[in-house]
Design a protein around this ligand. Structure first.
Ligand code: SF4
Length: 219
């Protein structure tokens, strides 16, 4: 996959959808909570869980640290796997505390911060990169299942490449460009949900003339 492919797809999607203004959250910490809660569930379920946390005044690291594990699990029930995710949120806020707080984390170089995040229980590369890009505004890219599906259909990747190989390719296409990396992931998610779904709606797709699968479709 060449960098020009990523740039061309980005421009097409931006023309088709405009600006997304991601991540939908009121604070960096809320982004972090959302990144954990969105694992293996739809965003609508995460929104309900975050609304419960907001109602309980728990959208701060100290508040999550102080609340009981059972109560936390109950509040985030809508996000699924709620006992596991409650433990993961507890691990995340313990890590924030042990690292000297969010401001101290914000001063760390990106690769150091990424390595530290990946040491938190329950934080894998996708969650870490969500947090780095949308909470800490670092120039990293998030590779998710939507990205793999879209770019394999386009014929640009196999789809089973190692996470880090794909991440580097997108980051090299937009070096140090936080704004575009931020917008690109949001655009891919939107396109994958609205058009390039599990059953793709190829007629009318903004990428059809670039796409290996789209080329096989009539219209
Ligand atoms: S043409 Fe079809 S398969 Fe290709 S990106 Fe568009 S919706 Fe997906």
């Amino acid at each position: 996959m060449k960098g020009s492919c990523e740039r061309q797809v980005f421009e097409r999607l931006r023309l088709a959808y405009g600006t997304s203004g991601w991540w939908p959250a009121e604070s960096g910490f809320e982004v972090m909570v959302g990144a954990v809660l969105t694992q293996n569930t739809a965003w609508a379920n995460v929104e309900r869980a975050i609304a419960e946390l907001r109602r309980a005044d728990l959208l701060a690291p100290e508040a999550i640290a102080a609340v009981g594990l059972g109560q936390l699990a109950s509040l985030i029930r809508s996000s699924g796997y709620f006992n596991v995710k409650a433990a993961r949120l507890k691990a995340l806020v313990a890590w924030i505390h042990d690292s000297g707080g969010l401001e101290a984390l914000g001063r760390m170089p990106t690769e150091v911060l990424r390595a530290r995040l990946l040491e938190v229980k329950g934080v894998g590369p996708e969650t870490a990169d969500d947090i780095l890009l949308y909470a800490f505004h670092r120039p990293v890219f998030v590779i998710d299942a939507y990205t793999r599906r879209l770019f394999s259909r386009l014929g640009a990747i196999r789809g089973n490449e190692h996470y880090e190989i794909l991440r580097r390719r997108f980051e090299e296409a937009f070096p140090d460009d936080v704004a575009r990396l931020n917008e690109y992931h949001a655009l891919i998610v939107r396109h994958a949900k609205d058009v390039c779904r599990s059953r793709p709606l190829c007629p009318g797709c903004a990428l059809k003339d670039l796409c290996a699968v789209g080329a096989l479709q009539p219209g």
